[in-house]
Design a protein around this ligand. Structure first.
Ligand SMILES: Nc1ncnc2c1ncn2[C@@H]1O[C@H](COP(=O)(O)OP(=O)(O)OP(=O)(O)O)[C@@H](O)[C@H]1O
Length: 668
C-alpha cells in the first residue's frame, strides 16, 4: 500500500450510476478479455449483467481472484489474455515526431458542439423551442434582480421573491424545479415555468475595456434547456413532449421534470399573497410591457450569462456586468423585502471547521443536526472586491448563478447543493454534499501519483460530468483540479460553477478571460471571443496530464508565458494545423518557434527516470484533448469512448478506489 493511503476499502457495488462505465470497463480485479467488433453485454462478478451495446468489447471473467492490494491487478495482468494490441487497428495512433499535432480523430464540419447537440436533440426528441413568440405567453411574470430583491415584472405587478422561491425551493425540498422567470399565474393548468434572459449588450472588464455583443437592445434571449440528466429515468417521459415548440410555451423548461401542481400553487400563492395576481395583464403582450419603463434606467441581468473577470494569477475575483432588467424607481420600493426570507437557518447545521477558502467564499465542514450527516457549507462572500453586482444589487451574481445551476443539475459527477441557508446576519450559505478531498489538495499530499487504473476511473467520472454539462448547454469554464472533489466512495464531482454559463447556437462572443490560466485553452489565450465546449476539453487534457504527473502541465505566470509554455511542449501552431489561428487577436505576437510536438517526451511509453508513463492509447487521448484546433479537439462523448479505457489496466471501480486521510482546515 502506498504511503499516505490509509485504507483501500472494499465497498459494495455501484450505486446505479455508472454501472455503465466502471462495470463495462472494469475490472482490474478480474481477468478480462476483449473481443473487438463484438457487441455483447458484460457479465461481471455476482453474475450481474450489464448491457454494453455502445461498446464493442466483451469482458468476461477469467476466474482470477479479486485482490485489491497493491495498486490494481489490472496493471499486473497486463497482457493476460488480451488482444489489445489490436487497439491500433483503428489506425488512430498518431505519429508525433514529425509534426506538431496528431491527426484529428475526425474533422468536424463546423461548430462541433452545436451540430452534435442538435443531432442529439433530434434523435432524443429533446425539446429546444426555437424562439417562441413572446406574445403567446399568457400573463408572464419575469423574475429579475433588484437590490436585495428578486422581483417579477408583469406590467405593474411586482413581487419580491425569496432566494428559495426564485430557485424553486420550498426551503426544505431538495428537488428544486423552477429557477425563475416566466410563471403563468392565471391559467387553470400549470404551465411550464421557464426562463428568459435578456441579451447582454456589452461586457465590461475590470480594466474598463468593453466587448460589444451581437444584438443589442431589449431583445430577450432564451436560456437553453437545462434538462435533467440524460440518465434520469424520466428523460424520455411523455411530459417532455408537452413542451414542444408547437405549444408555443413561454420559454424553455429549466428542468426536464414538469413542476408539480403544488409548486405552481406555491408560486401562485406567492403572487396572490401580495394581491399581485398578474394585475389584469393576463392577455398582455409580454413584448409590449407598456406601463413599465424599460428605458435607459434598466440594466441587464443574466444569471447564467454574466462573465467574471480574472486577476493576474488566473483566479476569478469579480463579476462585471449587469444584473437584470431593473427599474430603479421600482427598486426603491422593494428594498425593504428580504429575498432571503424563507431560507432555513444555518443553525440547522453545526459548523465543525473551515475546509478551504476560495475566491467567492469560505467552505466549512458541518453536521446536519437532524440527520447527523456531514455537509459542506459554502459561505457566499459578499465583499468580493469591487463587485459591482453586489454594490448595486445586494447579491453577488456569480453566487446566484452557481446556486442556480447546481440546484438544477443532478448528476453523480456534479456536486449536489441541497439548499440555501442564512445566519442571523443574513450571511448566505450553500449547503452541499460533503466531499472529503479536492484533487489539487489530495495530489499535494499524496506520496505517489494515482495509478493508471485510478486515473482512468477519475477521468471517466470527469468526462461523464463534463458530457452532462455540455449536453445541457453549459460550459463550466473553470475546470481545474481544485474544482474536482473526491469522496471516500471513490466518487469524483465537479464543483464551483461560479464561472459557468449557458451557451447557445449561434455562438455569441464571450469574454476570453475565463478559466484559470494553467488550464486555459490556447484559443482563449489568443483572444478568441467565440468558443464552446472545446475550451472545457482543453482543461480536461491539462487535468489528465496533472493526474499522471502529479503536477500541473503548463504553469505560466501570465498569458504570454502560458502560451510560450504550451508552444514549447506542443509546438508552435500554424495555419496548417489550426486553420484560423493566424486571425486570432493574439496570433501576431512573436512566439517561440518550436516545430515539434514534444509531449511524448513528457509522457513516455516507458521510463527509467520516474517520468509518468503512458501507453500509446493513453497518449493518443491526451494528445486529442490537447489539440490546438478547437474544432478538432476531442469531445467529452468521444473521449468517453476512447479505446484507452478498454485497455489494461482497466479503470478501477469506484468502490476499489483508495481512501485518503482527511484534509483538515487549510488555506490555498
Ligand atoms: N462540497 C464540498 N465538500 C468539501 N469541500 C468542498 C466542497 N466544495 C468546495 N470545497 C472545497 O472548497 C474549495 C473552494 O470551493 P469552490 O471552488 O467552490 O470555491 P470558490 O470560491 O468558487 O473557489 P475559486 O477560488 O476556485 O473560484 C474547493 O477547492 C474544495 O477544497
Amino acid at each position: 500500500m502506498a504511503a499516505g493511503r490509509v485504507d483501500v476499502s472494499r465497498r459494495r457495488g455501484c450505486d446505479g450510476y455508472s454501472n455503465n462505465y466502471f462495470d463495462r470497463y472494469r475490472n482490474g480485479a478480474h481477468g478480462v478479455e476483449f473481443n473487438r467488433g463484438v457487441e455483447h453485454g458484460v457479465v461481471y462478478k455476482n453474475g450481474y449483467h450489464i448491457s454494453s451495446n455502445a461498446r464493442k468489447f466483451r469482458i468476461r471473467r477469467s476466474g482470477l481472484s479479486c485482490r485489491d492490494e497493491g495498486r490494481e491487478l489490472g496493471e499486473l495482468q497486463s497482457g493476460i489474455g488480451l488482444d489489445h494490441s489490436s487497439g491500433l487497428e483503428d489506425g488512430e495512433i498518431p505519429k508525433s515526431d514529425d509534426g506538431i499535432q496528431m491527426p484529428p480523430e475526425k474533422k468536424r464540419k463546423s461548430s462541433p458542439i452545436i451540430w452534435e447537440i442538435e443531432d442529439k436533440v433530434a434523435t432524443k426528441n429533446r425539446v429546444l423551442p426555437t424562439s417562441p413568440a413572446l406574445s403567446n405567453v399568457t400573463s408572464p411574470q419575469r423574475a429579475y434582480c433588484q437590490g436585495p430583491n428578486i422581483v417579477l415584472d408583469a406590467g405593474v405587478a411586482k413581487h419580491a421573491f425569496t432566494v428559495n422561491q426564485l430557485l424553486g425551493l420550498d426551503c426544505v425540498s431538495d428537488k428544486p424545479c423552477v429557477i425563475g422567470g416566466l410563471v403563468d399565474t392565471t391559467g387553470s393548468e400549470p404551465k411550464s415555468p421557464a426562463i428568459l434572459f435578456p441579451k447582454i449588450p456589452e461586457e465590461k472588464h475590470k480594466d474598463g475595456s468593453q466587448e460589444q455583443f451581437e444584438g443589442e437592445g431589449e431583445e430577450f434571449t432564451e436560456a437553453r434547456n437545462i434538462s435533467m440528466s440524460r440518465w434520469a429515468s424520466d428523460s424520455d417521459s411523455p411530459k417532455d413532449e408537452s413542451l414542444s415548440d408547437d405549444e408555443g410555451g413561454p420559454g424553455e423548461n429549466i428542468c426536464r421534470k414538469e413542476p408539480s401542481a403544488e409548486r405552481m400553487k406555491f408560486h401562485r400563492e406567492a403572487l396572490e399573497g401580495d394581491g399581485l395576481r398578474s394585475s389584469g395583464s393576463s392577455e398582455r403582450d409580454w413584448s409590449s410591457r407598456g406601463d413599465v419603463n424599460f428605458g435607459s434606467k434598466l440594466k441587464n441581468v443574466d444569471l447564467l450569462d454574466a462573465d467574471g473577470i480574472q486577476d493576474e494569477n488566473g483566479s476569478f475575483n469579480q463579476f462585471d456586468h449587469g444584473l437584470g432588467y431593473v427599474e430603479e424607481s421600482v427598486a426603491s420600493t422593494q428594498r425593504g423585502v428580504n429575498m432571503l426570507q424563507g431560507c432555513r437557518s444555518v443553525y440547522e447545521y453545526e459548523k465543525l471547521h473551515e475546509i478551504n477558502e476560495g475566491t467567492y467564499g469560505k467552505v466549512y465542514k458541518a453536521i446536519d443536526k437532524k440527520t447527523g450527516k456531514p455537509v459542506a457549507l459554502k459561505e457566499v462572500k459578499m465583499d468580493v472586491g469591487g463587485d459591482r453586482n453586489l454594490e448595486e444589487y445586494g447579491f453577488p451574481l456569480s453566487s446566484l448563478r452557481e446556486i442556480n445551476i447546481l440546484l438544477s443539475f443532478h448528476h453523480l459527477s456534479v456536486v449536489n447543493v441541497k439548499e440555501v441557508v442564512v445566519d442571523s446576519h443574513d450571511n448566505v450559505f450553500m449547503v452541499m454534499e460533503y466531499m472529503e478531498h479536492d484533487l489539487k489538495g489530495l495530489m499535494q499530499t499524496m506520496k505517489q501519483p494515482f495509478s493508471t487504473s485510478e486515473i482512468k476511473c477519475l477521468m471517466l467520472q470527469l468526462l461523464e460530468g463534463v458530457k452532462y454539462l455540455h449536453d445541457n448547454w453549459v460550459l463550466h469554464r473553470d475546470l481545474k483540479t481544485s474544482n474536482l472533489l473526491l469522496n471516500n466512495q471513490g466518487e469524483l464531482k465537479i464543483c464551483d460553477f461560479g464561472m459557468s454559463r449557458q451557451y447557445g447556437s449561434p455562438l455569441k462572443p464571450y469574454t476570453s478571460l475565463v478559466v484559470t490560466l494553467w488550464y486555459r485553452a490556447p484559443e482563449l489565450l489568443l483572444g478568441a471571443k467565440q468558443y464552446s465546449t472545446a475550451m472545457d476539453m482543453w482543461s480536461v487534457g491539462c487535468i489528465m496530464a496533472e493526474l499522471l504527473a502529479k503536477e500541473p502541465l503548463f504553469r505560466g505566470k501570465g498569458e504570454i508565458d502560458q502560451l510560450g509554455k504550451i508552444f514549447r511542449i506542443l509546438g508552435t501552431p500554424s495555419e496548417t494545423i489550426w486553420p484560423g489561428f493566424s486571425k486570432l487577436p493574439g496570433a501576431k505576437a512573436n512566439f517561440v518557434r518550436q516545430p515539434y510536438n514534444l509531449l511524448r517526451n513528457k509522457f513516455p511509453a516507458s521510463s527509467f527516470t520516474g517520468s509518468p508513463v503512458l501507453s500509446d492509447l493513453g497518449f493518443d487521448l491526451l494528445n486529442k484533448l490537447l489539440t490546438y484546433d478547437p474544432e478538432k479537439r476531442i469531445t467529452a462523448d468521444a473521449a468517453l469512448n476512447h479505446a484507452w479505457f478498454h485497455e489494461v489496466p482497466l479503470p478501477k471501480s469506484k468502490e476499489f478506489m483508495p481512501t485518503f486521510p482527511p484534509q483538515h482546515a487549510k488555506k490555498r
